[in-house]
Design a protein around this ligand. Structure first.
Ligand code: ARG
Length: 291
């Protein structure tokens, strides 16, 4: 248990490290010339209070498809991203839309496997990965992360009446744990030396939904997944419950290619404006009501 917490702590450290990096890479007022050569709209001059506003930095942005912001996600992660009929909705979808609007780009959402998102951003297939994605030290080797817009903790879903009552029961027993492939839940749980159950007792699924089906069918004993999707899955399926073990916090942020510093700056500026004007809080409250 202790080691598990320690492992989670390294994610937090990685997260703070990332914010340091993100602010260092901010090009101070780099877009002044570019912006002044364009017609300044009312919105642009209003937004000019911040050092480099989202509107100003948009002049420099290059994206995979001109005029579009291509976002990769995995839409089996309610309330961050999920299908509502043909549409992909949720906190990430709405925040990304608000960011794209600020940058004058059209948001295009691609629903892909979670464990292909980082590689796709890195290779220039997608502009951003926005998928309730936790900032980790390892991922920071491949991509940049924006400032964080939300937090999560890992939870354990079991069947109601399960003899697994704590994370210690889970680790000490012979139980099988389902995870979504490539997620932080997968990383922590497969690492037996750092408090996980170890590789032999992990069952990897393409998405949280498939893991829930396997749990209900008795093929696995528990699922390790972020707390909000865990709550959503438990609400949507009878006979499941969440272990009340409190885990250390993870930071969610948008992944952006290391080759696109201008996009990182523009997205951070947009997120900053959307935080200050209350848009982000409003979107989160819509999907995770506190009252
Ligand atoms: N926060 C976890 C991670 O970054 C899980 C994210 C899964 N997201 C998804 N859209 N399926 O690894």
């Amino acid at each position: 248990m202790k080691t598990f917490t320690r492992k989670l702590m390294s994610v937090i450290i990685a997260a703070s490290f990332c914010f340091g990096l993100a602010s260092c890479s901010k090009t101070p007022a780099a877009s002044t010339t570019a912006a002044s050569s364009e017609t300044t709209t009312a919105a642009e001059s209003k937004a000019s209070e911040s050092e480099t506003s989202a509107a100003e930095s948009k002049a420099e942005i290059k994206t995979v498809n001109a005029g579009k912001l291509t976002m990769a996600t995995n839409a089996t992660f309610p309330p961050y991203e999920f299908h509502e009929g043909e549409k992909i909705v949720g906190i990430d979808a709405e925040i990304a839309k608000a960011v794209a609007d600020k940058l004058g780009l059209e948001l295009v959402i691609e629903d892909v496997e979670f464990d292909s998102i980082i590689a796709g951003v890195q290779s220039g297939k997608y502009d951003i990965g926005c998928a309730g994605m936790t900032v980790t030290e390892d991922r920071l080797k491949s991509v940049n992360f924006s400032t964080s817009y939300a937090t999560g903790i890992q939870s354990i879903i079991v069947k109601e009446g399960s003899e697994i009552k704590t994370i210690d029961d889970l680790v000490k027993g012979k139980y099988k744990v389902g995870v979504q492939s490539g997620t932080t839940g997968d990383i922590y749980m497969s690492d037996a030396e750092n408090g996980g159950v170890g590789e032999d007792r992990i069952d990897r699924f393409k998405n949280g939904n498939d893991a829930v089906i396997a749990l209900l069918a008795g093929k696995i004993d528990a699922i390790c997944i972020d707390n909000e999707p865990a709550k959503a899955y438990v609400e949507a399926n009878k006979g499941l419950s969440i272990l009340s073990t409190p885990f250390t916090e993870e930071k969610y942020a948008i992944a952006i290619s290391k080759d696109n510093e201008a996009l990182l700056t523009a997205i951070n500026n947009a997120l900053d404006e959307l935080t200050k004007d209350g848009t982000i809080a409003k979107i989160i409250e819509k999907y995770i009501p506190t009252k």
